[in-house]
Design a protein around this ligand. Sequence first.
Ligand SMILES: *Cc1c(COP(=O)(O)O)cnc(C)c1O
Length: 373
Amino acid sequence: MLIGTQNTLSEVINARGVFTPLGVSRSSKEVCEAVSDALGRHFIMDDLHDAVGREIAEMTNASAATVVHCSAAAITLAVAASMTGSSPGAIKQLPDASGLKSRVILPANHAVNYGHPIEQAIRLAGAKPELVGDNSACGIEDLAHACSKLDACCLVLVSSRLTGGEMLDFRKAVSAAHEHDLPVVIDGAAQDFRIEDLLDTGADVVLISGQKYLAGPTSGLVLGKPDLVSAVRAQEKGIGRGMKASKEVLLGVLTALKLRQQLNKEAWSSDQKEKVARFVSVANTIEGITAKANPDPTNLPFDRVHLCIAKSSEFPDAAQMAAALKAGEPSIWIMDHLTHQSEIVLELVQLTQEEIDTVLDRIREVVSQYQKS
Ligand SMILES: *Cc1c(COP(=O)(O)O)cnc(C)c1O
């Protein structure tokens, strides 16, 4: 590490998924080499953008593609594109939305917080989010009514395990918007395994993070209809200036996508399931722990480990377990959204077998230390 010895950084084992505060993912050697090679060269950036966009479109079966700084930026810029189209004057004017359609329809149970509220990514374009329905559900008729409003510029949907309540029928939602000629943007940041499904809904653009399971450099892929994609690209002469993709990012994410194309997804997915099954069977030998494998709620092709900790004064509760794992060296991070029901959740996708063994040892140690104290 290049950080001075006066600053010590913890070593981290990330069983929390593609989590931004932990540096999201680890890139392959090929991606690192592509990034490093690009950093040492000049390019005509417009030509590089066009070429990379065409290749990404071809690989993802999208009609068109471009890359921006990240998915949060992609949300802001897709909204901006739906407000301005390719009009240079309108692009220059943002985030002043005067005279432009600027109401963004968003199901209330899709108003996720991935580090900041998605509404803020929408407002950054100068738009006004309008939430439809409530935390438990969003009815298609209510959505259609909202989409009929004259100042609506787009419908934003989120495909993520972070959404709450009833699953929305995306195809029906897209049709409802299209009946009013309203473009539809799907934020599918962590769903690079499901690009085809998301494009199949008929959405105008699908937004995907290049750095989550794709394990490229931080980037936001914008995939979909050529007009909207070029209107996103055109925002670089406006509010998109600070959200642009740089040369090393374009070539790094292209390499990550090429590797994904070569991946045997079925074999990968069965390896992941096996990894989880092995973890579960060892974890079940730890006193006070009941482990099981749970599928991803949005159909990503892997399971997660749920560890249920016995509710008794003999065992640490789930929040204490999470804190003890984090406080150790290396610092182990798990998903702690279910600690209120005595569960911790681990995502093993990014872990090596050695890291998995360390995690299992630490869990056993935390339980036995608690019993001694
Ligand atoms: C991670 C995430 C984002 C933000 O992605 P970045 O590429 O980090 O900007 C947006 N939406 C959802 C649903 C996410 O999971």
